[in-house]
Design a protein around this ligand. Structure first.
Ligand SMILES: O=c1[nH]c(=O)c2nc[nH]c2[nH]1
Ligand SMILES: [Zn+2]
Length: 450
């Protein structure tokens, strides 16, 4: 039996728990009892035959135990390491152009509208609810350049109980849509205000993240200031890197003194152990080594990579370099807000790489399950708090039922828990996600008033 220091369990569940550890991509714990303390942390994880002793140690009544139904299981909440909240308004459309043209034609004109609080409230409420319903307990969000509505995104994530890193986007360069950018001074000052205001609100699960959009949108002066702000406040950092070849060439041109795209971020103190960079499809071995050395992470966004014809990240190669890696939906370059879709598209990409090179070692569904949960927590440097059912971590979890009346897949007598997990990951959807917990609080189903 494993235990933490808290002495009372407020919630106790008995049934099947599926999660990942460093050594096991999928660990299945059948007939297990898990307790959650009043702070929302996992206080114990034990075998059901120890339940009497557990009830004495953790001061709960056997009648208080919530017994899961046959076939149901808990898995850790999924961690979306890269999603653009404002782009949710056009998710599922506008996927006919490559990255730089796509930004100019679709993204900047839409993001510009987030000065309007009403529009922001509507989209941000929808994206937070949609992702939570789909089992995203933690989201690493890009907002827009507008400080007040970026704060509103934090407020809405808090209102619905989602764990989130929220970034006010910084960009002082934009030749295509000239009224969607800030002056350098404004970007720096507004970033400071955003951090100050968000931290002041003391939301328990919502934190700010420094967000230079990507190197081509930022002057050297801005990158330098953002690196300093991150360093002096010990903040998370997010951006984009090496998504498509045209962008890599553009950065080479714009920053001739730097030896690579990664070197640009390193130069300005933006490559740290609390950095997550989206895409990384075209990174060299040397750049991956820089990620490894700095402790920076990559967010693999396979739907977006294919939808915008950007490239195919070789996940096996990233893992061999021991670089921290999570999965991201990258809404709306990626058309789906669901992390189950990210797992499926990641599997497709891995198999497409094998079609190109039959000797390639594909990444298994179990490894992608780990990347969508524990891997994501590591990529966001939150693995001391979330990612699996280790005692002492917060209880961020989703309850899966394979037998809801309208389930999109069928279960047969011969199916094991492992089969059911694989079916859920490949065929399941939010109908199977019957409850969602963040830090021990049940956040799905939503309150009636929400
Ligand atoms: O997929 C992407 N979405 C974006 O909004 C973006 N901005 C810079 N680079 C980007 N890539
Ligand atoms: Zn992105």
């Amino acid at each position: 039996m494993l235990r933490s220091n808290e002495s009372r369990a407020e919630k106790v569940f008995r049934g099947t728990f599926v999660h990942s550890t460093q050594n096991e991509a999928v660990q299945i714990l059948e007939d297990t009892v898990l307790g959650v303390d009043k702070e929302g942390k996992i206080s114990f994880l034990g075998r059901a035959d120890e339940v009497k002793q557990l009830s004495q140690t953790w001061e709960f009544q056997l009648s208080d135990i919530r017994q899961l139904k046959q076939g149901e299981f808990f898995m850790p909440g999924m961690v979306d390491t890269h999603i653009h909240a404002p782009q949710y308004s056009y998710a599922g459309t506008a996927l006919d152009l490559p990255l730089l043209q796509w930004l100019n034609k679709y993204t900047f004109p839409v993001e510009k509208q987030y000065r309007n609080a009403k529009f922001a409230e509507d989209t941000y409420t929808k994206v937070v609810k949609r992702t939570l319903k789909n089992g995203t307990t933690t989201a690493c969000y890009f907002a827009t350049i507008h400080t007040d509505t970026s704060l509103l995104l934090g407020e809405i994530a808090d209102r619905f109980g989602q764990r989130a890193l929220v970034g006010k986007v910084c960009m002082d360069r934009n030749e295509a849509v000239i009224d969607y950018k800030e002056s350098t001074k404004e970007s720096v000052e507004e970033t400071k205000r955003f951090i100050y205001e968000l931290l002041k609100r003391k939301y328990p699960q919502v934190k700010p993240i420094i967000t230079p959009r990507f190197a081509p949108s930022c002057s050297e002066e801005l990158l330098h200031s953002l690196g300093q702000i991150a360093k002096s406040n010990d903040l998370h950092i997010q951006s984009h890197i090496s998504e498509n070849r045209e962008e890599v060439a553009l950065v080479k041109n714009m920053f001739p003194a730097c030896s690579s795209y990664t070197d640009v971020y390193r130069e300005y103190n933006l490559l740290t152990s609390k950095t997550v960079m989206a895409h990384g499809c075209h990174l060299t071995d040397k750049e991956l080594e820089m990620f490894k050395t700095s402790g920076a992470a990559i967010s693999h966004c396979p739907n977006s990579n294919i939808s915008l014809c950007s490239g195919m990240l070789d996940v096996r190669r990233v893992l061999k370099h021991n670089v921290k890696l999570g999965l991201g939906t990258d809404v709306a370059g990626g058309y789906s807000p669901s992390m189950l879709d990210a797992i499926r598209r990641a599997l497709d990409t891995s198999k497409a790489l094998k079609i190109q090179n039959p000797g390639y070692e594909t990444v298994s569904y179990k490894e992608f399950f780990r990347l969508s949960t524990l891997g994501g927590s590591q990529a966001l440097s939150l693995d001391d708090t979330i990612g699996n059912f280790e005692v002492g971590k917060d209880f961020d979890a989703v309850l899966i039922s394979p037998s809801v009346p309208d389930s999109p897949f069928d279960v047969f007598e011969s199916d094991t828990t492992e089969n059911i997990l694989e079916k859920f990951l490949n065929l399941g959807d939010d109908r199977n996600i019957v409850e969602v917990y963040v830090a021990g609080n049940r956040v799905v189903p939503f309150e009636k008033s929400a």
